[in-house]
Design a protein around this ligand. Structure first.
Ligand SMILES: *Cc1c(COP(=O)(O)O)cnc(C)c1O
Length: 471
């Protein structure tokens, strides 16, 4: 594999420009600089390679701060050219949607420590038929589930694991990584840790993740501990266990993951030829994902690459809706609750970690938080499937929320809307089977399409087809 830094462009006419753009990176002459800082603004900054998750002063979350001045030394057009040129290349590590923007992610990570499975660059497609049914011309689905382990969590985990690899290479005491998970975080962490040869410890709420999600970290050789509690209970245990600095916490409380996840925002804008859509709808649980989107769009504005923030919509399951409740009380106070069981199991979270960042994301984007019942999410997912998709239940939550916002007149027929599909539907076979069998709790399956079992008799088969097609 090519590990050189030289990213020379083939097109001779652009070679000089490409070289001059690339040289700072090759020589590290331009000191792109990123550090942890307190999200609430307490003084102090910390190395990204330090084992630190929260602000030592106030106990709040940290965030990665990028020095904008050296980044602004390149024009918007130069940045667009650099990013565009790297898309789809096999040149390590730029073929990754995340590392193609490395200067904006973790600028001083050395090539040999990048742990990547060429995540990102997921498809963004025009949902023409579903959009027509909804009276929306410009509906797009960003399929983040079409990724290495089947969810957007890969985008954060490639960054976290790479940082840990560099920490270990530079003599850190870290020996393993650990995370509590509703299924997809652990699948991503286990895979990237295995690729790097770093031991992973996974805490899952027993019986609350899909079979596919349970078996992914098992297959990747992680130490899988299924605890008799819910996600929030697992979160408390993992925080206790990682007090000791030999085990590195990989939950989204660790804001290094946000740096990878924010690339979705930039990738969407790039896929629209650097145009910003009007709306982004995303299913939210621990609230890292919506915070990351905001951070990505904000960076583009800070660098003068775009001049508009899309309206961000957080979609919650009614069974686990603390963020929706907080929104309804005008964010005067953070709601925390015991999440009830929901089909959207990856967002079955009652006490979201990235709450303050997500409030900023909603307020700073003139955003909205809305909820969907089990019935609404399951039928929205099924309706989308009938137009050729294969949606996970969380994507169903986002779609159900889209339907509501169209009905309420918030979203106009000419608006450009992107729904973020967070995981691959194939991880949730039980959800699909239950829907089409009509056996899901609190769901009336309006679009059930169960298989027809018949005798292998051509006459019976012909009659059945005629009836089905209404011939
Ligand atoms: C993790 C996850 C979410 C929620 O993301 P947060 O950052 O916790 O808000 C949504 N959908 C799927 C499929 C997930 O795995």
């Amino acid at each position: 594999m090519e590990t050189g830094h030289n990213d020379r462009h083939n097109d001779k006419g652009r070679m000089m420009l490409a070289d001059s753009l690339q040289r700072p990176h090759e020589t590290n002459a331009v000191p792109y600089r990123a550090t942890f800082r307190c999200f609430r603004g307490c003084p102090g900054e910390y190395s990204l390679y330090e084992v630190i998750y929260t602000c030592p002063t106030c106990g709040g979350l940290l965030e990665v701060h990028h020095d904008l001045e050296p980044l602004r030394a390149k024009s918007a057009e130069e940045w667009r050219e650099v990013i565009d040129r790297r898309v789809g290349t096999t040149r390590w590590p730029y073929g990754s949607g995340v590392w193609g923007m490395r200067e904006w992610v973790v600028p001083d990570l050395r090539d040999e420590n990048v742990v990547s499975m060429y995540e990102g660059n997921s498809n963004l497609f025009w949902a023409e038929r579903l959009g027509k049914q909804l009276g929306l011309d410009d509906l797009w689905i960003k399929l983040c589930g079409n990724s290495h382990t089947g969810s957007f969590k890969d985008l954060g985990m490639t960054v976290l694991t790479s940082v840990v690899k560099q920490m270990i290479a530079d003599g850190s005491s870290v020996q393993a990584v650990a995370a509590a998970s509703t299924g997809d975080t652990s699948a991503a962490l286990a895979s990237y840790a295995a690729a790097a040869g770093i031991p992973a410890i996974i805490f899952l709420p027993a019986g609350k993740v899909s079979t596919a999600q349970l078996i992914q970290p098992v297959a990747n050789g992680a130490h899988v501990l299924a605890l008799d509690t819910d996600f929030d209970g697992c979160m408390r245990v993992v925080q206790e266990v990682t007090q000791d600095n030999s085990i590195y916490l990989a939950n989204s409380m660790n804001s290094i993951r946000i740096e990878g996840q924010k690339t979705v925002a930039i990738e969407i804008v790039r896929q629209f030829d650097w145009q910003v859509p009007d709306w982004i709808i995303i299913p939210v649980g621990n609230l890292g994902n919506i915070s990351a989107l905001y951070k990505g769009f904000k960076l583009l504005m800070d660098l003068g690459i775009t001049d508009k923030m899309p309206r961000l919509v957080g979609a919650q399951a009614s069974k686990a809706n603390p963020f929706y409740r907080s929104y309804r009380n005008g964010f005067r106070e953070k709601a925390a609750l015991q999440a009830d069981k929901t089909l959207a199991s990856a967002i079955q979270i009652g006490d979201p970690v990235s709450y303050e960042k997500a409030v900023q994301a909603v307020q700073g984007s003139n955003g909205i938080v809305e909820e969907a019942t089990e019935h609404e999410l399951a039928n929205a997912a099924a309706m989308a499937d009938l137009t050729g998709m294969y949606t996970c239940p969380h994507t169903g939550v986002a779609l159900a929320v889209l339907f509501k916002l169209i009905q309420r007149g918030e979203i106009q027929s000419t608006d450009r809307v992107v729904v973020i599909s967070t995981a691959h539907g194939l991880k949730f076979t039980g959800f699909k089977v239950g829907y089409h069998e009509g056996s899901l709790d609190e769901v009336e399956s309006e679009h059930a399409n169960p298989p027809v079992y018949l005798k292998a008799d051509p006459r019976v088969v012909k009659e059945t087809i005629a009836r089905k097609l209404e011939l």
